[in-house]
Design a protein around this ligand. Structure first.
Ligand code: ATP
Length: 259
């Protein structure tokens, strides 16, 4: 087995006295597609936000791509809280797709894709444009490149969100309920893009979703979260048909009846 590209080692996250992530041990292998499912409030989104450096941890250590995320080594080899430049360097390894798209509203679709590569990575304008146009073709939005986000449907905006994250050439893609803000008829086009990404690329993907059928189709592994821990995890064909834990069974029964 190779070294994990993501590793949570006894990670704790508290908001005041409320413990959201509770001594979490969790690993993802390079290229693995992992889905996190679980009840509302179980800490699923918080795991992604910790990885994207949007939410600091209260305890434990997170490793990404062989380096500590929220810590850096001091001169004597001990770990100290990471400074801004370490966090920035680590953040560049990851791209995140948010529920609410989070596009830059005052920029065209193409500019949404070229802005960070030119400003953050120092990619030339010509190369960034070429990369943007390739990605827009991949998500089927070549003809929307000069429009502004508000001129697009939610499904199109989310496809731009995916392309924008990919424009930074991340090693890891994080998806936080990418279809939950969409009208039902627009969900399929976004899941189609994610499915294609999963099938055609060796990107590591970590997804939080309520789309159980989708999770079943694309995941190498599904993790059931409960109270800030992984209660149970397995290949989708096992977890969805023969869960071991009562809590997992109850959850799946409730969500699958809803669908
Ligand atoms: N900034 C914050 N301050 C205080 N509490 C927070 C904050 N962010 C999240 N929480 C709480 O932490 C818990 C876990 O939140 P999180 O968003 O990770 O859950 P989730 O499993 O993704 O849930 P959902 O499926 O509803 O999105 C929730 O109870 C939430 O209210």
């Amino acid at each position: 087995m190779t070294d994990p590209i993501i590793k949570f080692d006894k990670v704790v996250k508290r908001f005041d006295t409320f413990t959201v992530i509770n001594e979490l041990d969790f690993e993802v292998q390079p290229g693995e597609k992992v889905t996190i499912i679980g009840p509302s409030g179980s800490g699923k989104s918080t795991v992604l936000r910790i990885l994207m450096t949007l939410e600091p941890i209260s305890g434990g250590v997170v490793y990404v791509d062989g380096d500590t995320l929220w810590h850096e080594k001091s001169g004597d080899g001990s770990l100290k809280p990471a400074g801004e430049s370490h966090l920035r360097r680590m953040r560049e390894k990851m791209g995140m797709v948010f529920q609410q798209f989070n596009l830059f509203p005052h920029m065209t679709v193409r500019r949404n894709l070229t802005e960070a590569p030119t400003q953050v990575l120092g990619v030339s304008k010509a190369e960034a444009k070429e990369r943007a146009d390739d990605l827009l073709e991949m998500v089927g939005l070549t003809d929307q490149a000069d429009k502004y986000p508000h001129q697009l449907s939610g499904g199109q905006q989310q496809r731009v969100g995916i392309a924008r994250a990919l424009a930074m050439r991340p090693k890891i893609m994080l998806f936080d309920e990418p279809t939950s803000a969409l009208d039902p008829e627009l969900v399929g086009e976004v899941l189609g893009v994610i499915r294609r990404l999963a099938e055609e690329h060796d990107l590591t993907m970590l997804l939080v979703t309520h789309e159980m059928n989708f999770a079943r189709q694309i995941s190498d592994r599904v993790c059931f979260f409960d109270q800030g821990r992984v209660l149970e995890q397995d290949k989708p064909e096992v977890l969805f048909t023969d869960p071991k834990e009562e809590r997992t069974r109850e959850f799946l029964k409730a969500v699958l009846e809803d669908n």
